[in-house]
Design a protein around this ligand. Structure first.
Ligand SMILES: [Zn+2]
Ligand SMILES: [Zn+2]
Length: 306
C-alpha cells in the first residue's frame, strides 16, 4: 500500500521561476477522494506560463494537469470507482453547489480544484482527486493517448463556442498543441476552408497532415494579404486565436469576415493588454467569444480519443 508516511517524487513550483524535484509525502485520500498512481502527465503551455509568472499558481504547488493513471486507493464513500480502474481526471472538477454550477455554467465554478494550478497536480508519482472529476477509460485506450483528454476537452469547448457550420472558412492562429487539436476538431465540425497560421515550417507540415487546406507562414508572409487572397477579399467566418498573445488577438479581428466570430482561446498573460479600433468591431458586427476551460466536455474528449 501507499501512504503511511511514504515519500514520492514530485515537481513542485515553489515560486515563479523555481521548479524543484522533491521528495514529498504521498497524499492520503479523504472519504470522497481517490488516490491515483500517475502513469502519464503531459506538459502544457500553461505549465510554462505558471513557471514564468504569466498566470498565477497557488504556490507552492505540484504542477501537471493533463494526466492519466490507475486508482490505487479509494475513500470510504466512493461507490462507482475501484482499485485498479484506469482513469483520466478533469482538473476543473465542478463543485456542483456554487451559484455558477447551479446555473449550468460550471466553467466558472468558484470551487474547482484546478489540479496543477491551485491544488497539487500530477507531476508526481501519486495524486489525490475527487470522485466527480474522475472518468474511467476504455481498456484499449493507452495511458499516453488518454493524457490528451484534458487539452482535447478544452479544445472541444472552444469549437462549441465557435459554432462552426458546414462550409465555413475557419482559421486557426497558432500551430502548437492546442492549435493542432483545434484544427482537427474544426475539420470534424464541418469547416470547408481550414487555414493554419503559424511560424514554424514543421508546425505547418503537421497542420497539413491533420487536414489544413491552406497554410500561412507568419514568418514569411503578410498574413492579412494571404487571408484575403484565400477568401476572395472577404475574410474568415471564424478565427480562433490559439497563441495566447495580445498581438495575435488584434490580428484575429482583422482576419475575420464581416459578421464573423473570433474565439479567444489562447492564454494571453493575465495583465497584458490588446488594442483595437471599436469602429472596426461595430462596423464589421464581429462576435468576440472567450473560451474558458472545459465544462461538460470530458466524456466527449474520451470518445474522440478512444
Ligand atoms: Zn493544459
Ligand atoms: Zn461550483
Amino acid at each position: 500500500m501507499c501512504g503511511g508516511g511514504n515519500l514520492m517524487k514530485a515537481a513542485v513550483l515553489e515560486e515563479v521561476g523555481k521548479l524543484r524535484l522533491k521528495d514529498v509525502p504521498v497524499p492520503q485520500p479523504k472519504n470522497n477522494e481517490v488516490l491515483i498512481k500517475v502513469r502519464v502527465c503531459g506538459i502544457c503551455g500553461t505549465d510554462i506560463k505558471l513557471y514564468k509568472g504569466d498566470y498565477t499558481a497557488n504556490v507552492p504547488v505540484i504542477l501537471g494537469h493533463e494526466f492519466s493513471g490507475e486508482i490505487v486507493e479509494v475513500g470510504k464513500e466512493i461507490k462507482d470507482l475501484k482499485i485498479g480502474d484506469r482513469v483520466v481526471v478533469d482538473p476543473n472538477e465542478p463543485c456542483g453547489k456554487c451559484y455558477w454550477c447551479r446555473s449550468g455554467k460550471s466553467t466558472f465554478c468558484k470551487n474547482m480544484p484546478a489540479y496543477g494550478v491551485l491544488s497539487n497536480g500530477a507531476f508526481a508519482e501519486y495524486i489525490v482527486v475527487g470522485e466527480k472529476g474522475t472518468y474511467k477509460i476504455p481498456d484499449a485506450l493507452d495511458y499516453e493517448k488518454a493524457s490528451f483528454c484534458e487539452p482535447v476537452s478544452c479544445a472541444i469547448h472552444g469549437i462549441d463556442r465557435a459554432m462552426i457550420k458546414p462550409g465555413e472558412t475557419v482559421t486557426i492562429i497558432g500551430g502548437g498543441q492546442m492549435g493542432q487539436i483545434l484544427l482537427q476538431l474544426a475539420k470534424n465540425a464541418g469547416a470547408s476552408k481550414l487555414i493554419m497560421i503559424t511560424r514554424s515550417q514543421w508546425k505547418l507540415d503537421l497542420a497539413k497532415s491533420f487536414g489544413a487546406t491552406h497554410l500561412i507562414s507568419a514568418k514569411k508572409e503578410n498574413v492579412t494579404e494571404s487571408i484575403m487572397d484565400i477568401t476572395n477579399g472577404l475574410g474568415c467566418d471564424v478565427v480562433i486565436e490559439a497563441v495566447g498573445s495580445p498581438r495575435t488577438v488584434e490580428q484575429a479581428f482583422n482576419l475575420a469576415k464581416k459578421s464573423g466570430r473570433v474565439v479567444i482561446f489562447g492564454f494571453s498573460p493575465e495583465k497584458e493588454k490588446a488594442t483595437f479600433v471599436p469602429f472596426t468591431l461595430l462596423s464589421k458586427e464581429l462576435s468576440i467569444l472567450g473560451s474558458w476551460v472545459n465544462p461538460y466536455t470530458f466524456s466527449r474528449a474520451i470518445e474522440i480519443i478512444a
